[in-house]
Ligand binder design. Structure first.
Ligand SMILES: Cc1cc2nc3c(=O)[nH]c(=O)nc-3n(C[C@H](O)[C@H](O)[C@H](O)COP(=O)(O)OP(=O)(O)OC[C@H]3O[C@@H](n4cnc5c(N)ncnc54)[C@H](O)[C@@H]3O)c2cc1C
Length: 548
């Protein structure tokens, strides 16, 4: 006998107009135990006409979790769940979303629900958004419509309302991070590193036909060819944007790795021990080592993605009549066309944007950010794990890093890194690069450095060098490059020394902004990643020993 899955108790109405929609967004003001999420997911699965993407945003309230947003994927990435912890008014203020349905919990007993909270909620609605009361007491008393009295909200019963304002309420606060959504079409992603592959994958999931172009024959031949690196959150005393970003980004990268890679072979959720000056070491359980090229290749496997190697794009030509971009080589040969282009080619974006026609001017703030991109070269040292008695069982990070036991084609290898060189000529001196890495290892793990001294001295240590693309404030650049409402030229670059933690979150942010979906992170954080962010007038942050 075939057992049917239990039918979840559900506040859902069969009249949700979600059939065959490209995306559908549910905002649940009282996530609680997630019962409405389960019911929504169940209904989505059971619907043969289900929307391609389902975005579920759940508000967790104050006490349940540390404040912040956390995104998770289900159903091979077709369903996203963004849980937002913190006081409801603060969280709604930070939420960028245009809901199709709002599920309303017990508004009457939500501690800080005020008229302003209602205003914020209404601004996360669009014309036609359905509001459904899910709290049984509120049903009985009909209190929710009285409490949620805002212009444009029309209640047909104590349980159900719709947002249908007589006029459009301008929403300038969110304008900087949202945009008119173009329907999925062709997208050319330039650059097949971890940034380009993650963008390609995020867009392909949403129905875009993506071609990824790279100057090399194979993907991940730039900085993302790093043989082993760390996915690890970064800490700071003031919990700054980089720290918050690295925390959310790490979570997302671990999910991708978990879903797509072979554990122990391509990556391992090993945890990472962080050594800190004058403080006790800090254990990051949510951290891993990874061979990023494996994830690049896995992301590019999506059937909606085609990789085109040996394709150095030198010019981008926009036809304003057809709206199409043509990608050209140095000699003007057309190698591709697309409705939307995403630059994910790290420092290569500078030259490409320099070559743009004057009819496609960049905003001044964008131009400043692009001009300020800086190469930082680096080398990581590695050797075979012959005598590993002194090795820790997990990676150690701090002033430099040590990653033990990474399987490579010639056996298990250890990695110690990495150098940060502004002058490209320095990385040509391999002996000096190894010496710098060995010195770092001495301060990080003295017994390991001592045990590996002979391997360094005998020249048995291998090097891998490449170049990071660093922004002025060490935060990536994500967003549309022009201020037009239907901008079709975007960027996702400037991953610096944190691409393995940042790239999936940046890709998700780019796809969400492009599709007018709920953003995966707080609006304030999204603004600090925007490529058009205005530079704060102060001297550039120095690169610290960890490259931050
Ligand atoms: C030694 C070292 C150690 C590191 N360790 C870590 C770590 O432990 N953790 C971490 O998070 N990060 C680490 N990083 C940083 C990380 O490697 C980068 O942040 C990340 O790989 C950047 O990815 P990307 O896709 O932006 O750039 P890339 O991987 O460089 O990809 C850009 C791609 O664009 C292509 N391209 C450029 N111009 C063009 C063009 N005109 N046409 C076509 N293709 C073009 C290039 O060929 C390249 O494939 C390290 C970096 C180095 C160098």
């Amino acid at each position: 006998m075939v057992r049917m899955p239990p039918k979840a108790t559900s506040p859902l109405q069969p009249d949700w107009a979600w059939d065959a929609q490209p995306a559908w967004t549910v905002l649940d003001t009282d996530y609680a135990q997630g019962q409405h999420f389960e019911a929504t997911l169940h209904a989505w699965r059971a619907n043969p006409q289900r929307p391609r993407m389902l975005h579920y945003v759940g508000l967790l309230g104050e006490s349940s979790a540390p404040t912040g947003f956390q995104r998770q994927y289900f159903e091979d990435g077709q369903v996203s769940r963004t849980l937002c912890a913190g006081p409801v008014t603060t969280v709604l203020g930070e939420l960028t979303c245009s809901a199709d349905v709002v599920l309303l919990g017990d508004v009457q007993h939500t501690p800080d629900w005020t008229a302003w909270t209602t205003q914020l909620l209404v601004r996360r609605c669009k014309r036609g958004t359905v509001l459904q009361v899910t709290h049984p007491n509120a049903h009985a008393k009909g209190t929710t419509p009285q409490l949620l009295d805002a212009p444009g909200l029309v209640w047909s019963s104590p349980q159900q309302g719709v947002y249908n304002p007589k006029w459009t309420i301008p929403n300038s606060r969110q304008a900087s991070t949202t945009i008119c959504a173009p329907p999925p079409a062709r997208c050319a992603v330039i650059g097949a590193g971890i940034a380009g592959a993650s963008v390609a994958h995020a867009l392909a999931l949403r129905g875009w036909q993506v071609t990824v172009y790279d100057q090399h024959a194979q993907p991940a031949q730039g900085a993302s060819g790093l043989p082993a690196g760390l996915i690890v959150p970064q800490m700071s005393a003031d919990d700054n944007a980089r720290s918050r970003m690295s925390r959310s980004g790490t979570q997302l990268m671990l999910q991708h790795a978990q879903r797509l890679l072979r554990t122990g072979q391509d990556w391992e959720a090993s945890g990472v021990l962080e050594m800190r000056d004058d403080k006790d070491p800090l254990w990051h359980a949510q951290a891993a080592w990874i061979q990023p090229a494996q994830l690049v290749r896995a992301w590019l496997q999506h059937p909606g993605i085609r990789f085109q190697g040996l394709s150095a794009v030198e010019h981008l030509v926009h036809n304003t009549e057809t709206g199409l971009w043509t990608l050209q080589t140095a000699i003007g040969e057309a190698i591709g066309q697309a409705e939307v282009v995403v630059l994910a080619n790290a420092l290569g974006s500078q030259a490409l944007l320099r070559n743009l026609a004057p009819t496609q001017p960049l905003q001044e703030a964008v131009q400043e950010q692009i001009n300020a991109l800086q190469p930082t070269h680096g080398t990581i040292s590695s050797g075979l794990c012959h005598d590993a008695k002194t090795f820790p069982p997990h990676p150690v990070n701090g002033n430099g890093c040590f990653i033990p036991h990474v399987p490579q084609s010639d056996g298990m290898r250890w990695f110690a890194g990495s150098t940060f060189e502004l002058d490209a000529t320095h990385i040509a001196n391999i002996a000096a690069q190894h010496a710098a890495n060995h010195a770092r290892l001495h301060s990080l793990l003295p017994p390991v450095a001592a045990a590996l001294s002979e391997a360094f001295a005998r020249g048995e240590v291998r090097h891998w060098s490449n170049t990071r693309c660093v922004t002025r404030d060490r935060l990536p650049l994500v967003g549309p490059l022009m201020a037009q409402p239907l901008c079709s030229l975007w960027i996702c670059a400037g991953m610096g020394s944190r691409g393995l933690s940042f790239s999936a979150l940046c890709a998700e942010l780019l796809a969400a902004r492009m599709g007018n979906e709920p953003l995966p992170l707080e609006a304030s954080l999204a603004r600090s990643l925007d490529v058009a962010r205005v530079r704060r007038k102060r001297s550039p942050a120095p690169v610290d020993a960890a490259g931050n």
